[in-house]
Design a protein. Structure first.
Ligand code: SF4
Ligand code: SF4
Ligand code: SF4
Length: 385
């Protein structure tokens, strides 16, 4: 069946975001699954994702429709997680904005709707999987990736402690520490992890990880709480969740700027962010943290936990060649390590610490982040000769 033109018009607007939305069959099918033709027609009147936030009356004029009718459609879409709304206190009014395909529609659709009919969601989940793996992973490559890994808190705290004891400047900067990112937040909410909800609709067993693990910050927290799919969290609760996630082998990730709207806790099998790095060996889909693990081999009991928990398979056992076992140790592959600290969090022997080895900086604002991302886009459109 041919798609009505409204979906292509909507795709065209989504394509204006820095991570593009190309014309691909799976994308048009996703849009037709998420939106009725009337909804798609209305949303295609936004000028671009996020940047063109409008009040409902401004938008009703643009759409030449009744204000009440547009408000009803918009508020229904917000409840379903697929239209963004925030309250402007100064003007005492709501503003609505179109979301990008990702970050946006994918995450909020699945986070806001974790318990839909499994059979009905199976096909759309396959279209989203095609989008995630074959389209998004290509479009999200840049010399300045939009996402960066945040190291687990416990090993960084230990590092700071050790450095202070030897009176050296730890030079650990605020954006490198989850606690500081949370301290700068006005509001925090926890929502279900979209990638694992999506994995469940694909029929995968996601039960080995917790589901409610995505931290939304500030206006994204306001949105999730006001639409009923986010639970308000204190900073202590958020820190505790991060520790639980690191113990479970999940990787903290956030936006590559001081201004950020989430801290995700990502698993290696379902995560849209880790997928490019792990499955496709793209090292330009995320920014590694500034830390690497440092091993004290004398303390290591060869229990294998760090090897089993490492999300990127950067660790393995070097079985001894020597009879006296002197070369029996855990090996580390730098090119596969993202500096998440999961290995250090899970080593009960204290044999792994984190060490700061890089000084990569984040951008101050989202505008700078997206400009740098766009300027560094790579890997696309290379037509083989
Ligand atoms: S990016 Fe990570 S935490 Fe966020 S929804 Fe995906 S797996 Fe979950
Ligand atoms: S978790 Fe610790 S003790 Fe176990 S193998 Fe890894 S480094 Fe050694
Ligand atoms: S070795 Fe693995 S678990 Fe440890 S920091 Fe690197 S990627 Fe994370």
């Amino acid at each position: 069946m041919t798609q009505p033109d409204c979906y292509e018009r909507l795709r065209h607007k989504l394509n204006l975001f820095f991570i593009n939305t190309p014309k691909a069959p799976s994308i048009l099918k996703i849009l037709a699954h998420l939106f009725t033709p009337e909804e798609a027609e209305l949303l295609s009147l936004f000028n671009a994702p996020y940047l063109d936030a409008r009040t409902v009356d401004t938008f009703a004029k643009r759409a030449k429709k009744d204000i009440g009718q547009v408000r009803e459609i918009f508020d229904t879409l917000c409840k379903r997680g697929i239209l963004f709304k925030y309250f402007n206190k100064n003007e005492d009014t709501d503003y609505y904005s179109l979301m990008a395909m990702l970050p946006g529609l994918f995450e909020f659709y699945y986070s806001a709707n974790p318990s839909l009919n499994l059979e009905e969601e199976a096909r759309p989940a396959e279209w989203f999987e095609d989008y995630k793996v074959n389209i998004f992973q290509e479009e999200a490559r840049s010399t300045f990736p939009w996402v960066r890994v945040l190291p687990a808190a416990a090993p960084v705290d230990k590092l700071i402690e050790v450095n202070q004891a030897v009176s050296s400047d730890p030079e650990i900067l605020p954006f490198e520490i989850a606690k500081e990112v949370l301290d700068q937040c006005r509001r925090i909410a926890v929502i279900p992890c979209a990638c694992r909800v999506h994995g469940r609709y694909l029929g995968r067993d996601v039960s080995k990880w917790p589901i409610e693990t995505c931290l939304m910050l500030n206006s994204w927290a306001d949105f999730a709480i006001s639409q009923g799919f986010g639970r308000e969290f204190s900073k202590d609760e958020a820190e505790q969740l991060l520790h639980t996630c690191s113990k479970a082998g999940l990787v903290h990730s956030t936006m590559n700027s001081m201004q950020t709207y989430f801290i995700c806790n990502c698993d290696p099998e379902n995560c849209l962010i880790l997928a490019g790095f792990i499955r496709r060996r793209y090292n330009d889909t995320l920014t590694r943290s500034n830390f690497i693990p440092a091993f004290d081999h004398t303390l290591c009991k060869k229990c294998g936990t760090c090897i089993e928990k490492c999300p990127t398979n950067a660790l393995s056992r070097h079985y001894p060649h020597a009879s006296n076992l002197e070369d029996d140790f855990v090996t580390w592959r730098e090119e596969l390590c993202i500096g998440c600290g999961v290995c250090a969090t899970n080593c009960t022997q204290g044999a792994i610490n984190l060490q700061k080895v890089r000084d990569s900086k984040v951008k101050d604002s989202l505008v700078e982040l997206w400009q740098s991302f766009a300027a560094g886009k790579c890997g696309l459109h290379n037509k083989p000769q």
